[in-house]
Design a protein around this ligand. Structure first.
Ligand SMILES: C[S@@+](CC[C@H](N)C(=O)[O-])C[C@H]1O[C@@H](n2cnc3c(N)ncnc32)[C@H](O)[C@@H]1O
Length: 257
């Protein structure tokens, strides 16, 4: 079977940015899931330092800031997202303690043991979960926390179509027990893991894309890359509705040993 659907990584950055900029979030998630994850973190005060890596336009960061004390630095590769992030911080009157910076999660401009908490929703896959949790650990203080969402298999076995799709899109995908074991091996106490409810994908990620896709296609009529990007997003949404019993996003929370 040939796979004529491209991976998101193969598309033009500017088009991806434009497509996702209009949305509140650039990945599956919800305020409720962010708040639930915050409830496991017990080391925060007004002096705390928090990093949100792959923050996008900051949908989850603003929720985090409203439910956790301390200063938050958001990092994202795309300047357009960081502009919107900083605008959002202002809109919520959080600009004094929430600041966005352009940067890459694989070469972070931080000192060792700077942070009490490292957050990352729907973004660690860019360098891979195992690599991310290992490399970011040095930036955490002793007893600091990491809280990330990561696509994971829910079952030990799964239908071939979805297995092949994910193997191609993100070979690092694995089961929840395997990810928890990776967290432990990397030097964290696995504090909690929970599956994000379906609404995080359907209501908060795929449904808002329907209207955005129509507008985007109208604007970029005849542009093959734009058409390919939308085809890709629609295919991913269809696969999710067909196979959502087999995979989804999981919040993993660990405490540095
Ligand atoms: C699926 S989006 C998630 C955004 C946001 N955290 C959310 O949940 O809405 C992934 C984000 O990772 C960012 N990204 C990709 N590669 C990156 C890198 N090397 N360093 C920092 N951010 C990166 C993208 O620009 C994008 O904003």
């Amino acid at each position: 079977m040939t796979n004529d659907n491209q991976s998101i990584h193969e598309f033009d950055f500017d088009l991806i940015c434009e497509y996702f900029s209009g949305m509140e979030r650039q990945g599956p998630g919800s305020p409720e899931a962010t708040i639930q994850a915050v409830s496991f973190i017990d080391n925060l005060s007004d002096e705390s330092r928090i990093a949100d890596l792959g923050c996008g336009t900051g949908g989850q960061t603003m929720v985090l800031a409203q439910h956790a004390p301390g200063e938050i630095t958001g990092i994202d590769l795309f300047p357009q997202f960081i502009d919107l992030f900083n605008r959002n911080a202002k809109k919520f009157n959080l600009q004094e303690r929430v600041k966005g910076m352009v940067g890459s999660m694989d070469s972070l401009p931080f000192q060792a043991e700077e942070f009490d908490l490292i957050w990352s929703e729907g973004a660690i896959y860019n360098i891979g979960f195992e690599r991310g949790i290992k490399e970011w650990r040095k930036f955490l203080k002793a007893g600091g926390y990491i809280a990330v969402t990561e696509v994971s298999w829910f079952t030990a076995e799964r239908p071939d179509e979805i297995y092949r799709f994910w193997l191609d899109a993100y070979p690092g995908i694995d089961t929840i027990p395997a990810k928890v074991a990776q967290l432990q091996k990397a030097g964290y106490i696995p504090v909690a893991s929970f599956i994000l409810p379906e609404k995080c994908w359907i209501d908060n990620f795929y449904i808002p894309q329907v209207k955005a896709q129509e507008n985007f296609l109208r604007k970029h009529r005849g542009n093959k890359t734009a058409v390919g990007l939308i085809k890709n997003q629609r295919h991913e949404a269809e696969l999710y509705s067909k196979y959502k019993d087999y995979y989804g996003y999981v919040f993993y929370i660990g405490k540095k040993r």
